[in-house]
Write a protein that binds this ligand. Structure first.
Ligand code: UDP
Length: 337
């Protein structure tokens, strides 16, 4: 098996985020990260602990993995709380910032766990907002490009109001994230809670799961290619996504959290390079040196035809733009296996 250029690893990635943020000081701040054992949550918790922050990582381990942060558990600034945020919880310690990430996010899970997903994004969001309100903390809610559904404007700006199939298989995720956004604004209007919303577009990187219902397209393709298995392309592969590397995403989330002008705003955080799934499969096959065949399988219901963010708001408001290209990002995952 041939593995091409590898230029990133986890610690380099974390240091890069810190540099890009202008080396801010996190000492003395306490963060609550719901969904902290998931892919993005682990990156965020690792970054924050490394920078000297105190981190409460809350997760019910439904799709997150405790082994993701086994190294962090030795750090006195890090605590893991096994809890489902769709049940209320109170903290005696001060909390300065809340990242509310908790929710299953893989389309293959939407079919199996729709109620759990709705609970996490509605009840869970209310509980996270209650904590932020009680502590006077600032909250960032991770919403999704799925609030746009099968979008009709490209690149899609935040002002696009969406085209979502409420009764379809993705409805549980799309509509509960939309409700989560509405809840954030309701808390801001009625209780003055300091909220901001990230609409996250497809994000990938090391630690992302490839297995079972958790597997998203990039880790699935990499794992299939490395194992010489057929690569499962849904539909004809002409549907597009725009893939954001995890360090770029984490930097965008932190900039959004710290921006004073982002209160009550929803901001697209994603990469603005659009790629067809078939081209992605070709890229991964060539980067792994694999001779896997392509297996064309039926396109899942309501699979969006195109997904491509307009990131001009993030560029203007947060002085942020993604830096890692897809070739480099994929190479970093091949190294990790
Ligand atoms: N996809 C695919 N093969 C797979 C997994 C996904 O062709 O084994 C396609 C899927 O149909 C979608 C895109 O890749 O068009 C991205 O899928 P993913 O599950 O990563 O997330 P989504 O963007 O659909 O939320």
């Amino acid at each position: 098996m041939l593995v091409k250029t590898v230029t990133l690893d986890l610690s380099e990635g974390l240091e890069g985020i810190h540099r890009n943020l202008g080396n801010p000081d996190y000492h003395g701040s306490r963060f609550l990260v719901t969904g902290g054992a998931g892919f993005l949550g682990t990156w965020l918790c690792s970054f924050l602990v490394n920078q000297g922050a105190d981190v409460l990582c809350l997760d019910n381990l439904s799709s997150g993995l405790r082994e993701n942060f086994s190294r962090l558990e030795k750090n006195p600034r890090f605590s893991f709380i096994l809890h489902d945020i769709s049940e209320p919880i109170h903290f005696r310690q001060n909390i300065d910032y809340v990242f509310h990430l908790a929710s299953r996010a893989s389309p293959l899970e939407f079919d199996k766990f729709p109620l759990e997903i709705i609970r996490a994004n509605t009840l869970g969001t209310m509980h996270a907002l209650d904590i932020a309100t009680e502590h006077g903390a600032r909250l960032l809610f991770t919403s999704t490009s799925e609030v746009y559904g099968n979008a009709g404007i490209f690149p899609t700006p935040e002002t696009y109001l969406g085209n979502v199939h409420t009764l379809g298989i993705r409805g549980c995720y799309d509509e509960s994230k939309r409700m989560g956004e509405a809840l954030c604004l309701a808390y801001l209007r009625e209780k003055g809670t300091d909220v901001r919303i990230a609409r996250i577009f497809n994000t990938y990187g090391p630690l992302m799961r490839a297995d079972g219902v958790y597997g998203r397209v990039i880790p699935r393709f990499i794992s299939q290619a490395l194992n010489g298995e057929p690569m499962t392309i849904f539909g004809d592969g002409s549907q597009t996504r725009s893939f954001c590397y995890v360090t770029d995403q984490v930097e965008g989330l932190l900039r959004l959290l710290y921006s004073d002008s982002a209160k009550g705003e929803a901001v697209n955080i994603g990469n603005d390079k659009e790629l067809a799934i078939l081209s992605l499969a070709e890229l991964i096959r060539s980067a792994t040196g694999s001779s896997s065949e392509f297996n064309f399988e039926p396109l899942p219901e309501d699979d969006p035809v195109r997904r491509w963010p307009d990131i001009s708001k993030a560029m203007r408001l947060l002085q942020w733009r993604p830096k890692v290209n897809i070739e480099t990002g994929i190479a970093s995952m091949i190294q990790k296996g």
